[in-house]
Design a protein. Sequence first.
Length: 66
Amino acid sequence: MKKLILASVSALALLGVAACSNSGTGTDNTTTQSTNPPANEQPMKPATPDASKPAQPATPPAAPAK
């Protein structure tokens, strides 16, 4: 009985692997997109902080209610 159960589980596992694999198609249908921006767009400049305003200190958390 144990051999029958083991054989059944093994067969199901083998069928599951065969169904999920993509090796049988023989073709690659993936597509890719270009990462280069179009020639008419300017590349983005890195953000710089506004030096005219001083940095604001972080506010401390409120005391918990009792």
